[in-house]
Design a protein around this ligand. Structure first.
Ligand code: ADP
Length: 470
């Protein structure tokens, strides 16, 4: 069953029960009050009758010492006559509780008569036939040595009729309210459950592969909050899915590039090895072939070592120390002391950084190496260092070939080379910057590349200063 129908059904059931009980209690309460009022009036009436009887008895000339039954009958008839039109009936009984006078139509039942005591006034409600209700009262009269019992009968059928009418009106009113409420509640419950329908629709669309679909938020209440949270969850999921897809793509690219990088040197190695074993070559050709095998082998070895470095760096935990930046620059200066092709220009501020020295040296060496490879012989390479508010800024600047803007984003991917033949001629396999990026990631940093083709490039990165939280 639909949730909106459940809301509708529950509301209707609650309303029906509440109106049913409420109506019953209300109508019954009114009925009780009316019946009490009628009972009071009946009792008052019987007291008046008793007084009238006693007065009439005293006024009768005393022929006898005792009040005769005929006189009682006469007084009873007179009293009845006086109350004609009120629907009141009376019955008079003697000491033996034998009826002396009874109005026509007075019930024959003597149960109440037998219950009347000296000082008690009794009453009961009787229902002698279908559709008629009476209040029967009874009391003792003592006059002229006679003990008599006076009973009255008051018709209260209209009070019962009113109760029935009240119930009928309430029943019809409840039915009407339930019908009107069902229509209203149908619309209200569908309006209330609309956010759920929108969420279900969004969930289905997403299951079908439309990850960018979002549920519409149509309220600010808890349902609106749920929609908001659902959409937030969908955003995070979509991001993760895209990230995973990107990772899968990168892995596939990596495998494709790796196999490609292996294929070329291996083909050459196999080709030259085959030449060496199948033909008798002169000394020079023999040397060239063997040399080719040696250099390609070395290249493969360098590539496998680089890959290993990347894998190890990815998995290793950083062990940072406080390092004076001058040490890094003097290390670089020592490394390139014999290097004559490119004058290295050092320009740096003093500072203390928190990093793993060996890893940082690898990054700087790679960047300087790349800068040299990209520059004409004699073109200078600048190695810069400055204190910035966010950390210590290292940069390697060259005035070489530069990199097209759209390539800048990709050159940190493994095996990516802007100019493949140029890189290979320098023994490159497109792994150096990938390694740098991994190392900087470990330091909570990344490479920032600025480059203009034909003018040169600047590779920079920030390293946290000693004493600052990473
Ligand atoms: P490789 O080992 O081939 O040098 P890298 O990952 O270090 O690989 O560099 C990737 C590519 O980025 C290189 O092939 C080169 O084309 C380009 N590159 C790197 N540094 C520079 C630079 N300073 N100037 C121009 N191109 C560069």
């Amino acid at each position: 069953m639909k949730f909106s129908y459940k809301i509708l059904l529950c509301t209707m059931l609650t309303l029906a029960v509440e109106f049913g009980i409420g109506g019953y209690v209300f109508v019954n309460d009114v009925f009780k009050a009316s019946l009490e009022r009628e009972t009071g009036q009946a009792m008052d009436e019987s007291s008046i009758l008793r007084f009238a009887f006693e007065t009439a008895a005293l006024n009768i000339p005393s022929k006898y010492n005792r009040l005769q039954n005929s006189v009682i009958e006469e007084i009873g008839a007179n009293l009845e006559k006086s109350g004609q039109g009120t629907g009141r009936l009376l019955r008079l009984s003697d000491e033996e509780r034998q009826v002396v006078y009874a109005s026509e139509g007075f019930v024959e039942d003597t149960k109440l008569l037998n219950q009347i005591q000296e000082k008690t006034r009794a009453y009961q409600i009787i229902h002698p036939d279908e559709g008629h209700y009476y209040i029967q009262t009874g009391m003792r009269i003592t006059t002229l040595d006679r003990v008599l019992y006076l009973e009255t009968l008051r018709d209260v059928t209209p009070v019962y009729g009113e109760r029935e009418r009240g119930f009928a009106v309430y029943r019809n009113l409840t039915l009407l309210i339930l019908i009107v409420s069902s229509v209203l509640m149908f619309f209200i419950s569908s309006w209330l459950t609309r956010p759920i329908r929108l969420l279900t629709q969004a969930a289905r669309k997403m299951t079908a592969g439309d990850y960018s679909y979002r549920a519409e938020q149509i309220s600010l209440d808890e349902m609106g909050q749920l929609t908001c949270d659902f959409n937030h969850m969908a955003n995070v999921l979509e991001e993760n899915i895209l990230k995973l897809q990107e990772e899968v793509r990168a892995r596939e690219d990596f495998i494709a590039a790796f196999s490609h990088e292996l294929k070329t040197p291996l083909t050459a190695v196999i080709g030259y090895a085959d030449l060496l074993r199948t033909r008798k070559l002169d000394d020079e050709k023999h040397f060239l072939s063997a040399n080719y095998i040696y250099t390609e082998g070395k290249r493969l070895e360098a590539m496998s070592l680089r890959l290993l470095d990347i894998i190890v760096t990815k998995r290793c935990a950083l062990e940072p120390q406080d390092i004076k930046t001058e040490h890094m620059f003097s290390y670089l200066r020592d490394m390139y002391r014999g290097h004559r092709e490119h004058p290295l220009v050092f320009q740096y501020e003093q500072g203390t950084i928190r990093a793993e020295a060996n890893l940082l040296k690898t990054v700087l060496l790679n960047l300087v190496d790349n800068a040299c490879k990209a520059s004409e012989t004699g073109s200078r390479v600048e190695i810069l260092g400055e204190n910035r508010s966010e950390g210590y800024w290292f940069a390697v600047k060259d005035f070489g070939v530069g990199i097209p803007v759209e390539e800048c984003r990709k050159i940190t991917e493994a095996f990516y080379m802007v100019d493949k033949s140029r890189s290979r001629s320098h023994n490159g396999a497109g792994l150096g910057l990938a390694l740098c990026a991994e190392i900087l990631k470990l330091h909570g940093s990344g490479l920032e590349i600025e480059s203009t083709p034909g003018e040169g490039s600047c590779f920079g990165f920030l390293i946290p200063r000693a004493g600052t939280e990473e």
